[in-house]
Design a protein around this ligand. Sequence first.
Ligand SMILES: [Fe+2]
Length: 337
Amino acid sequence: MEKSICIVLAVAIPVLAVILAVLFYLRSRRSGMFRSGSGLPKYWLTYLASKITDIQQKDMEIGNHGDSFIFITDLHYNANDGNSAGAAEYILDRSSVGKVIIGGDICNGSSRGKPECIDQILNCRNAFRKINPYYLRGNHDNNTEISDRTPEKELPDSELYDLILKPIENRIVCNHEFHYYFDNEIRKIRYICLDTGHPDSYVLPDAQIIWMQNVIRKLDPGWTVVVLTHQYYDTDGTVDGNGNKILAGLNDVYDKTDATIACVICGHSHADRLEITPKGFPVICTTCDTRGGGDPGSKRIRFTHTEQAFDVYHIDTAARKIHVTRIGAGSDREAAY
Ligand SMILES: [Fe+2]
């Protein structure tokens, strides 16, 4: 009897250990825990090797007249395949691209409440920990865009701020709010990050437009402005209340500043868009990074590079051109300003 129990245990314990190891590995893959550049699956490494030469070529073209960065938006992290952090790291390691800006909606709305929202933000931050990106607030990040919304399920502003902006406070000009700017002083580019995610309205207040105009108006000649916002277009492709306010604010300041407004970059609508505004600068929308986001523009297939989608921006301030290289599903784009 004792011998048969020993045999059963001798078989069962290793089997159980293997099952637990596999479950832990699969959970870690989903959370992005192992997603550094070196941890990417082979199909991603093969794909990135085919894109990196193009990015390096763009680096050489802009030379010392411009700047470059990665823009990733609408990650909805508990529905994300988790390879974008590793892909971004791969690009940063092999090019002059020096920063990542995350355009909002790190969270997917969670009916289970605040802990799951925090978990998603921490998993995202953990995946991008070597990069320490800039973050914009999206409409899902306070966990208020859920049908069974209650105060207990919401992530308060103070906690969200500490999770996404406190780690970058030393690199931004910010008054403990979700809108801020940061500069590349060598290349004379000001990045203005707007906040359209206030959970009471999801529309930025007039005071924020006035703040944006002031920080543009103060710039000296030779400076270029890049405006980043989560919302600009609605999901049907029309310009929403935020877009109308931002465009009116930029049109108003356009001829009252010595700086050049290069573009508005946005996410939220889960589709690629590019239009030139009447003043001549483009609004460029990047589709969702998450495969499950309903992007109508391209098929998203698991275990291929189309499971993610984000953009590498090169702003050429001499040629007044913007090169947008797509990583993942979708196509490269270009615009002048
Ligand atoms: Fe989104």
